[in-house]
Design a protein. Structure first.
Length: 559
């Protein structure tokens, strides 16, 4: 990651802290994912922010897994998160941590609060705890177990750890204030009983810390200076501070920023997991998913995602970012870097009747007009070609400048051709065009100065490589899929056209010389890369990364 630094309110806070000599001049940030799903583009924003700050201020960056819920966490998620963070370019070096690394120390801190009379064992169920919490306008009701003695609480908590009680029968709660205006401060639960195996600690523990209790302690134990969280944790900051102050331990500063909300998709791991489990998508890495693995499989680059995160910046207020901003980040990069090839997605055969049978020639094509160092390639030309079916119309409207009966167009890098006849099948469908070419127009203009308005891409039928192309579009048909009618579900807004599979695409043979991981521009069509999972057969499979321009906005205006 070496993108240009862009200032924001968090950097301003850090610079003031450094000027004041706070934290002994250190900067230490962390990315603390819960291993209960795959990371998405919203997490990428947090990774780029936390790692970018540590890098720019010569600090340190920790990767820490908040693995406090064994019922939802899996090693698969841990492995995928590590891969995604590394792919984005964030280097945690040797600083890989887990909340489970601190379970024993957290237990000791809990004993300290009990001994101070600031925590107690409660026999109420979680449902009863929620019921008695009250509301913004009504105070909560104190637990009947709130005044247990310190010795009794210590004894019961020890028995909880030993596994002597069933799931949900007891919790450890902080003793704060059941009338507090912040509902999170009304005797929050610190530990619950879960007789469930943990992916790292096995059956060693049957009590697990709640997020709010664990999170601040993890930051404290690791010496984090600036604990960067999204806005939904602003109300949690008071509890974060209370725990650390009551324990008298090292106290980082929590700062909240706006989370990323991206149009035409969802960024909730719960909802993404539902899409996977209900098979609305093929998996976490489905190229339509906003997961980092899905974007990577589709063909996005780490630099394009980092550029996107830099573009949207860091704000204090939530808002929805249009998908086009993300798409433009990869368009801008690939326009500069991607080599061009010609590919015909819906082939219509063209026979050049005055071109000698059996003759072939090689024409020179520019690999990237934006990059003079990209060089050129050879494109084979022969009597029989394929063009896009949409590039021909029998009865074209006034502003249709492509091929039609009697009309002349340019074949890119090749010749002028004129359509003489459209051959049809018994149903009246056009199956073949018979054309003539002007041999004096090879690779340039006509010697007599005549002009044509249309230039078409094409491939030689004899030399073309057959491929499958997958055209991906927005996963949801509305900007905010979370807005549903009463009784509806966010899946009601799924876009039925989010994936179109083209089986009979034809690509120029230069494709054989490219690496499978290379991103390419199919001229006049979009940016593509071979699917890393499904391109092992004889015919390659290409994913469309992005179209050449934002066509979705235009489509929406027409509706």
């Amino acid at each position: 990651m070496e993108e240009k630094r862009k200032t924001n309110f968090i950097r301003e806070i850090i610079e003031k802290d450094l000027e004041a000599g706070k934290w002994d001049g250190r900067v230490c940030t962390r990315f603390p994912p819960e291993p209960n799903g795959y990371l998405h583009i919203g997490h990428a924003k947090s990774i780029c922010l936390n790692y970018g700050i540590a890098r720019d201020y010569r600090g340190t960056f920790n990767l820490r897994f908040d693995d406090t819920n064994p019922c939802a966490e899996e090693q698969e998620y841990v492995d995928s998160i590590k891969e995604d963070v590394k792919w984005l370019g964030a280097d945690w070096e040797e600083r890989l941590f887990f909340a489970s690394d601190y379970f024993e120390r957290m237990y000791g801190y809990a004993l300290r609060l009990i001994e101070k009379g600031k925590a107690y064992v409660c026999d109420q169920s979680l449902e009863e705890v929620r019921r008695d919490r009250g509301s913004i306008s009504e105070p909560g009701k104190e637990s009947p177990y709130r005044e247990r003695s310190v010795p009794e609480n210590l004894e019961l908590f020890a028995k909880m750890r030993k596994g002597e009680f069933s799931d949900g029968s007891k919790t450890l709660r902080a003793k704060i204030d059941m009338k507090h205006p912040n509902l999170l401060m009304r005797d929050p639960v610190m530990y619950r009983i879960l007789h469930a195996g943990h992916h790292r600690t096995g059956d060693e523990w049957c009590i697990y810390p709640m997020y709010d209790w664990a999170h601040g302690l993890e930051d404290s134990l690791e010496g984090i200076t600036h604990s960067l969280c999204t806005l939904e944790f602003a109300t949690h900051r008071e509890l974060y501070d209370w725990y650390l102050e009551e324990l008298g331990v090292y106290h980082p500063r929590q700062i909240e920023f706006a989370r990323l909300n991206l149009g035409h998709t969802v960024l909730s791991k719960r909802k993404l997991l539902l899409l996977v489990r209900e098979k609305h998508v093929s998996g976490w890495d489905d190229p339509r998913m906003p997961t980092i693995s899905g974007l990577r499989r589709r063909g996005y680059t780490p630099s394009s995602i980092r550029s996107f995160c830099e573009t949207i910046g860091v704000a204090r207020m939530n808002s929805i970012v249009d998908m086009v901003v993300l798409e433009n980040s990869i368009r801008e990069e690939l326009n500069r870097t991607a080599r061009r090839v010609m590919a015909v997605l819906d082939p219509l055969k063209v026979v050049i009747t005055n071109y000698p049978e059996g003759r072939e020639e090689s024409l020179e094509a520019v690999n990237n007009p934006e990059d003079g160092s990209a060089g050129t390639r050879k494109v084979p030309f022969s009597r029989e070609l394929y063009i896009e079916r949409k590039d021909f119309m029998e009865d074209p409207p006034k502003k249709f400048f492509r091929l039609a009966p009697g009309r002349e167009v340019r074949l890119r890098y090749a010749y002028f051709i004129t359509c003489r006849e459209a051959v049809k099948d018994e149903k009246g469908n056009v199956t073949e065009l018979r054309c003539t070419y002007d041999p004096e127009t090879r690779g340039g203009d006509a010697p007599d100065g005549r002009k044509v308005k249309g230039t078409l891409h094409w491939v030689s039928a004899k030399h073309a490589v057959k491929a499958e192309v997958r055209l991906y579009d927005h996963l949801f048909s509305v900007r905010d899929p979370n807005e549903v009618e009463e009784g509806g579900d966010f899946t009601d807004n799924l876009n039925p056209d989010s994936l179109k599979v083209v089986k009979d695409c034809r690509i120029e043979p230069f494709i054989k010389e490219t690496d499978k991981s290379e991103r390419l521009q199919f001229e006049r069509t979009g940016y593509f890369r071979q699917d890393p999972e499904d391109s092992s057969g004889e015919s390659p499979v290409f994913n469309r990364i992005a179209s050449l321009r934002d066509t979705w906005a235009k489509m929406q205006k027409k509706k």
